[in-house]
Design a protein around this ligand. Structure first.
Ligand SMILES: Cc1cc2nc3c(=O)[nH]c(=O)nc-3n(C[C@H](O)[C@H](O)[C@H](O)COP(=O)(O)OP(=O)(O)OC[C@H]3O[C@@H](n4cnc5c(N)ncnc54)[C@H](O)[C@@H]3O)c2cc1C
Length: 372
């Protein structure tokens, strides 16, 4: 039986462990805390599932496949891990990103519609369309209960035979993994360590601090869809599960250390969200903050992920650049094919030269060339 050690039980490591165990691999999953812990990127309460990725069709297709994966996973455990709320993209006057996204969705037969800005008002209790050229709606996009989905995925992996070890793993200089002072070896080792990866390997990844805010809003906002304004770098969703309405800036924050960084949101993050609410959903401008969380992105120069063999039989998967949760189940299937050698990873995921670009993220405000 082929064997794999996966280090990191975020959604990437847990989904991969589950997939490998269900396709005949013996799998050991090593996690320093617990699946779904609050420091990991996958431990956020919610993550959006959208197919729009500007002009790129690889991630759009994978997101669409992943949506099926999430639905199947939810059916298996009898829980709605994915909520099909739809997403509305508020396209400003420089709408190149949304126009390109719509073209890709059309090419891939992924349902969408284009709305007049004023027409988007029917989806929200209160909405101001100022400065918008149109609204792109993906009716089958939505919101993932991320933390819960990560815990469920890791539990299913254990049910499928994966051994979960709680330890901090260290790469051994001659290959393999040191955990709790013991050297472990396997046919494949996969380091799925999120924002901790740059401290372990030499990778083109910058870790940034990201504050998220949820606001206490009237009950009518419970059924509001997800929304995103690429040009303003703000995204959010309705008041799901009584967690409040999420409205958060997607601009990359300051460099951050996931081990030691403060988990208290900054006052400037609250005012940025509030300014946006005042502009787009004015009745919420003074809504109290109900819940907040500090998390981190591991950002590559071009926002493309890293899937690279760094030593013989040892792979690094990371550099998710703040847009990798939704793809979990479909990415795991792709990675399993890469690990068994039946698929060559796309060159875009390698460690070669990368040119600054941000079009894969939901943030058109990064100021880097290629945005939009
Ligand atoms: C604020 C925010 C909003 C986001 N919004 C979205 C969104 O709307 N849609 C979307 O698709 N994506 C979104 N993302 C991105 C998404 O959350 C990440 O792409 C995804 O969670 C990455 O998962 P991961 O498993 O690679 O990393 P993580 O979830 O960080 O997991 C890595 C794990 O590795 C463990 N680990 C590290 N080093 C070691 C070690 N030496 N030994 C043992 N264990 C170790 C860590 O403890 C951690 O549990 C967002 C991210 C953030 C921060």
């Amino acid at each position: 039986m082929r064997s794999t050690i996966v280090v990191g039980a975020g959604i990437w490591g847990s989904s991969l462990a589950l997939r490998l165990a269900e396709t005949g691999w013996r799998v050991t999953l090593i996690e320093q805390y617990a699946p779904g812990h609050v420091r990991q990127a996958s431990g956020g309460e919610t993550r959006l599932l959208r197919c729009s990725h500007g002009a790129d069709d690889w991630y759009a297709r994978l997101a669409w496949q992943a949506r099926d994966g999430w639905r199947r996973l939810g059916e298996r455990v009898g829980e709605d891990l994915f909520l099909e709320t739809g997403i509305l993209w508020f396209a400003g006057t420089d709408h190149a990103w949304e126009t390109a996204s719509a073209q890709v969705l059309k090419n891939l037969d992924i349902p969408f519609e284009l709305l007049e800005p004023s027409d988007a008002g029917r989806f929200f209790p209160d909405f101001r369309p100022d400065g918008l050229a149109f609204v792109l709606r993906e009716p089958h996009a939505g919101v993932l209960r991320a933390r819960r989905a990560t815990q469920v995925t890791a539990r299913l992996a254990q049910d499928a035979g994966v051994t979960l070890i709680r330890a901090e793993a260290i790469p051994h200089p001659e290959g393999g993994v040191v955990a709790d002072g013991e050297l472990l070896r396997a046919d494949r080792v996969v380091w799925a360590c999120g924002a901790w990866l740059p401290g372990m390997f030499d990778l083109p990844v910058t870790v940034t601090r990201q504050d998220t805010l949820h606001f206490d809003v009237p009950r009518a906002w419970a059924s509001a869809p997800a929304f995103c304004e690429y040009g303003s770098s703000v995204y959010g969703h309705g008041d799901l599960d009584g967690m409040g309405l999420k409205a958060t800036s997607d601009v990359e924050g300051d460099p951050y250390d996931p081990r030691t960084g403060s988990r208290q949101v900054l006052p400037g993050s609250e005012s940025a969200s509030r300014d946006y609410l005042a502009r787009r959903f004015p009745s919420l401008a003074a809504a109290p903050v109900l819940f907040s969380q500090v998390c981190q992105y591991g950002v590559t120069p071009d926002a493309e992920w890293i899937i690279a063999e760094v030593r013989d039989g040892e792979w690094v998967i990371g550099g998710d650049s703040g847009h990798g949760f939704k793809h979990g189940p479909a990415l795991a299937a792709y990675l399993a094919d890469v690990l068994d050698g039946s698929v060559e990873p796309e060159p875009r995921f390698g460690l070669g030269e990368r040119h600054p670009a941000r079009g894969l993220r939901t943030s058109g405000l990064s100021g880097l060339a290629g945005s939009g």
